[in-house]
Design a protein around this ligand. Sequence first.
Ligand SMILES: [Zn+2]
Length: 370
Amino acid sequence: MEILMTVSKIASICTMGANASALEKEIGPEQFPDNEHYFGLVNFGNTCYCNSVLQALYFCRPFREKVLAYKSQPRKKESLLTCLADLFHSIATQKKKVGVIPPKKFITRLRKENELFDNYMQQDAHEFLNYLLNTVADILQEERKQEKQNGRLPNGCIDSENNNSLPDPTWVHEIFQGTLTNETRCLTCETISSKDEDFLDLSVDVEQNTSITHCLRGFSNTETLCSEYKYYCEECRSKQEAHKRMKVKKLPMILALHLKRFKYMDQLHRYTKLSYRVVFPLELRLFNTSGDATNPDRMYDLVAVVVHCGSGPNRGHYIAIVKSHDFWLLFDDDIVEKIDAQAIEEFYGLTSDISKNSESGYILFYQSRD
Ligand SMILES: [Zn+2]
């Protein structure tokens, strides 16, 4: 079994080599960007959920740069972040411009750290993205805490002022974190109370034949809290009917949008895929910002999309399409292809509800221009 797998893997890597040089030819020596590398990732048994997210993140330039900068710091004990940094470094320092890399160390570490991913089943790419970003942020915060503790005052006391404060934002937060404001207006006394909430990605509901702007509008639609969902108003000191809405108060540098395409169907007792056609533009401006938003006019460019192919969350396949130096590439595990910008339309989803089997955008990465 092992031998067979190895042989087939070698065979697939060999054909890969041919595809890889084809890619190099297609881009052309003049157009091939300096210091850029397009490397496919070997699949270690249903690890496309991981490969597709890693490729998308690699082409989120601010993220890639921070990960590579982390790699150049003094050697730390192995963590998911050191494995990620080693992988990115290995891609970025290849002699060849195109090829295939096995992300073995990263996968091994991931399986060791989280039992959810410690198997050979298909996983949810969004769940993985969430886990990865939060884990990297936790590692950075823990390291900073250690550094602070090592920088104790000579008599051994720690600067007590900083002891109980919230952890400082890390570069993961600087890149992906935005803030939502949850406004509730009491319909009796008109008092508005708002509560802020940070996010690293936004999950939006999808509807048939719509666009991302529509999904975001839906996300921020006013909801009426009534009957058993009445809201406790501090002014009225009683439960009242209220209007509630969620708006974006701080726009992130990179906006990660997760389309909620997997829906639990009560009748079927399982998740099903919503293959709805949801148009995602190459350029995006948010309209669901709050009045006091710091940077409401931010213009975003689409830089990467994780695409789900298939009919359900635990079956099917993930690929990534990314923008690099004004052209688009498709990463399908170890295969890398150049695609036309128009081909992105093929990943919007399907207008017919009959077939649930589609190749449709699942996580969108929009990078701010400023
Ligand atoms: Zn009230």
